[in-house]
Ligand binder design. Structure first.
Ligand SMILES: Nc1ncnc2c1ncn2[C@@H]1O[C@H](COP(=O)(O)OP(=O)(O)OP(=O)(O)O)[C@@H](O)[C@H]1O
Length: 782
């Protein structure tokens, strides 16, 4: 639908139209009111606020349950205080040996022996909750309370409460499988069933077999207690059997968690009753055809009829929808003019993961305009769905959609698909209102549609690419990832694909098979579609997966696993090191990790928007490298460094300065890591760009595509056949190689995007002769 068609004229909309169409089935009323955007409260004020939280009344019970049980499942309403309070309760109760200096200013020899970890599936949550708890404890971030997310570690020697993404804890487990640094591990938002959290469940259960002191707390507002209770209880029984076997019936081992009498008590369950503030939930009476139109209407009506404080948080599926709604709202309401009865201004803040951290932070800050007359409208993806508290939010608008990554084993490709949320996610979204005062949630779907939603989201482990996780498990010494302690086992096909990829990259070796797995000795064998389906059906029937003998991690695999990158990119960096251009390869992967490097002004950015966009296009063209998108990224970085990393240069060239800074930080971290591998990160190919292209061929050979006449007119004259799966795609219009004449014969790509048709992005030219020479097991002459 065009933007014009979507335009909503305020005057044409009955102010009460949407609320009338919505019914309110439930109302829960709370009693406390805090003012939004008050200055940073004192510790005493924080202490008072903490005491109002429902979890406060059960502090002793929470602590005792954790003391008495190795594993605890804790369920409590959103906003009841789980994420912020449980780590503090456990710290106060002495779970970390040592004393904490709350102010964190005096240099002292005090050192806590062990830490309390609290994992979050998303970095935004880890960072913001850590900030809140540091405030509550009266210390600076990085002192007693810190956080660690990929490429950003704000912890110090005195940190005792560490908020972290589950991915970071999983990476730590690679070098310390017993997680010896931690006294307690809290797995928050367990209902999300992120890939990393699922693997952590199994690892922690294994670690508990060796470490009787290790406590795990699994938390959420919305989870199936029985599933987790059973999982951790079974772990206890298995563990007991193993210990009895090891020490004999009369062998000594501690009572309690391990004793046979203690079987039933290995898992404690805590239910936190009550919520702090009520949230009224409204549903639409009819299904909405266009969720963006509906969201626009809802926001405008709330804006016109509700007083401040009362910011709005809208949940959408992704960046495109956020941008579309932002434009629609500015067209419909104007963001800087007073409208409606309330006479308030509207300030729109997008919030999605590809946005630079500083941009994301704006959503959490007071509005730029006067607080008394400005309403913030935050347009967010599910990154704001769990654990996050945004000051001032009283209204949540939920479109009911989310974008999920799904790995399609038959194509070997990841695809992002917009799907309906689960009921648990809807509840989490609702919970973002009602954190400082009573709130309202407008669900842009019917109540019966809500009832038909899945109860919980499908575990990520059953829908994503497992290559990295399988390699991590192998690196930890778990030589049989097919029989790991999975809470929900992944499909045999997905595991088989992960092994194939690792074999192809030389990260694992398997008895009797050369690296390449699916190889006939000379080139990739691409099974015909029907054969592929047959192979997959067969693989899915075999619980043990396809491997005939156990795979063994190779020294190369260990090095790949030690870098916090997708194995394909880690492999690329290491191959580049062999070929003499690791310097450029590190730049390339860092730039790839920072999204939206090139800045394109919005078409709705004022009277000179068209001219600005033309200037940006010209500036971007001048930055393009002849050989493709990855060399272009390297070129941009080098120009930026030559310009002393100046913002002025970014401004002049329509480059996103924040994205550059982020890439630079990532690069710094990677430099340290490759040095630890004994590599020299300064080894550069200089002006010999052919060497860099050779490293791209050697590193990304699984992503090779060859030009051929298109079989479908929709793809144009030529298309590119992806060698890994035999599918056809076109070069994405954003690529510097799009419409290149003559079109390159052979390319590697970094991403496949399926919109109206399949596109390859991040495309670079490679020489088929290089592929034959550098990856002979796949591309050698027949
Ligand atoms: N950054 C913040 N600013 C203001 N208040 C906050 C902040 N973080 C937390 N709070 C307050 O603390 C309360 C408890 O937050 P907490 O994140 O611990 O709850 P929770 O039970 O973990 O919720 P959820 O299940 O939604 O993650 C919130 O309802 C809010 O009142």
């Amino acid at each position: 639908m065009s933007m014009e068609a979507r335009k909503v004229h305020v005057g044409a909309v009955g102010l009460s139209q949407l609320p009338k169409k919505m019914k309110r089935p439930r109302e829960e009323v709370g009693s406390h009111q805090l003012t939004a955007f008050q200055p940073t409260p004192s510790r005493r004020q924080h202490q008072n606020a903490r005491q109002q939280l429902p979890i406060w009344r059960q502090k002793t019970y929470v602590v005792e349950t954790v003391r008495r049980h190795a594993s605890v499942v804790l369920v409590g309403e959103t906003g009841s205080g789980k994420s912020t309070q449980v780590p503090q309760f456990l710290l106060d109760a002495g779970f970390c040996a040592g004393i904490v200096e709350a102010q964190g200013s005096t240099p002292s020899p005090i050192r806590a022996r062990k830490l309390i970890a609290c994992t979050q599936p998303r970095r935004v949550a880890a960072i913001t909750v850590a900030g809140r708890v540091a405030e509550e404890m009266g210390c600076a971030l990085g002192q007693a309370v810190g956080y660690a997310v990929r490429f950003d570690d704000k912890t110090g020697p005195r940190t005792v409460i560490k908020y972290m993404t589950d991915g970071v804890l999983l990476r730590e487990a690679m070098t310390d499988p017993l997680l010896t640094r931690y006294a307690v591990i809290i797995l928050d938002e367990a209902h999300e069933r992120s890939l990393q959290t699922d693997i952590l469940f199994g690892l922690i259960r294994r670690a508990q077999r060796e470490r009787k002191d290790l406590r795990v707390v699994v938390m959420s507002a919305t989870l199936d207690v029985e599933v987790f209770r059973r999982f951790f209880e079974t772990g206890g029984r298995k563990e007991e059997k193993a210990l009895i076997k090891r020490h004999g019936e009369n062998g000594k081992h501690e009572k309690g968690m391990l004793s046979r009498e203690g079987q039933a008590s290995t898992v404690g369950v805590v239910r936190i009753e009550g919520r702090q503030y009520g949230v009224e939930v409204y549903y639409c009476e009819e299904a909405q055809e266009d969720s963006i139109d509906a969201a626009c209407l809802a926001v405008l009506q709330i804006h016109e009829s509700e007083p401040l404080p009362g910011d709005i948080l809208v949940f959408l599926s992704g960046q495109e929808d956020i941008e579309a709604l932002a434009e629609l709202l500015s067209e419909s309401a104007g963001t800087d003019t007073s409208i409606g009865k309330t006479g308030l201004c509207m300030e729109i803040c997008p919030l999605y993961s590809a946005l630079a951290p500083e941009e994301q932070a704006k959503a959490f800050h007071p509005p730029k305009g006067p607080a008394k007359s400005t309403r913030k409208v935050i347009l967010a993806t599910n990154i704001a769905e769990t654990s996050v508290t945004i000051n001032g939010i009283r209204h949540v608008v939920d479109t009911g959609w989310v974008k999920v990554r799904r790995y399609v084993p038959s194509t070997g490709l990841d695809s992002l698909k917009v799907t309906q949320i689960a009921r648990a996610q809807a509840q989490q979204r609702t919970g973002r209102a009602g954190r400082e005062a009573p709130g309202k949630c407008y669900r842009l779907f019917t109540e019966s549609a809500f009832e038909r939603l899945d109860a919980v989201p499908q575990p990520e482990i059953q829908r994503v690419n497992l290559t990295q996780v399988v390699l991590q498990l192998l690196a930890m010494g778990l030589d049989d990832p097919q029989h790991f302690d999975y809470l929900s086992p992944p499909s045999a096909t997905a595991l088989a694909r992960a092994f194939e990829t690792l074999l192809a990259l030389g990260c694992i070796a398997e008895g009797g098979l050369s690296p390449g797995g699916n190889v006939d000795g000379t080139r990739i064998v691409i099974p015909e579609k029907d054969d592929r389906q047959a192979v997959e059906a067969q693989a899915d029937q075999k619980p043990s997966g396809p491997a005939k003998s156990r795979p063994v991690i190779t020294p190369h695999g260990r090095r790949v696993a030690s870098l916090p990158l997708d194995p394909v990119y880690a492999h690329f960096v290491l191959r580049a090191s062999e070929l003499g251009c690791i310097f450029e390869a590190l730049t390339a992967v860092s730039m790839l990790s920072a999204e939206n490097v090139l800045y394109m002004p919005s078409p709705h950015g004022g009277p000179d928007a068209a001219e600005q966009r033309n200037r940006a296009t010209t500036a971007h063209r001048a930055l393009a490298a002849y050989d493709g998108d990855v060399p272009t990224l390297v070129h941009i970085y080098e120009r930026w460094v030559a310009a002393k990393k100046g913002n002025r240069w970014c401004w002049d060239h329509f480059v996103n300065a924040r994205a550059m800074k982020k890439a630079d930080e990532v690069r710094e971290q990677l430099l340290l890591l490759v040095r630890r591998l004994g590599l020299d990160p300064s080894q550069s190919c200089g002006n010999e760009r052919q060497i860099f292209l050779r490293s791209l061929a050697a590193g990304l050979f699984l992503n090779v595509a060859r030009r051929q006449p298109a079989t479908s007119p929709a793809l144009g004259k030529y298309c590119y056949k992806m060698l890994a799966n035999g599918r056809e795609a076109a070069i994405h219009p954003s690529s510097v190689l799009h419409a290149r004449n003559p079109a390159p014969q052979c390319v590697v790509f970094t991403e496949v995007l399926t919109t109206s048709r399949p596109y390859i992005r991040g495309v670079s030219i490679v020489d088929p002769a290089d592929l034959q020479e550098l990856v002979p097991q796949f591309f050698g002459r027949a």
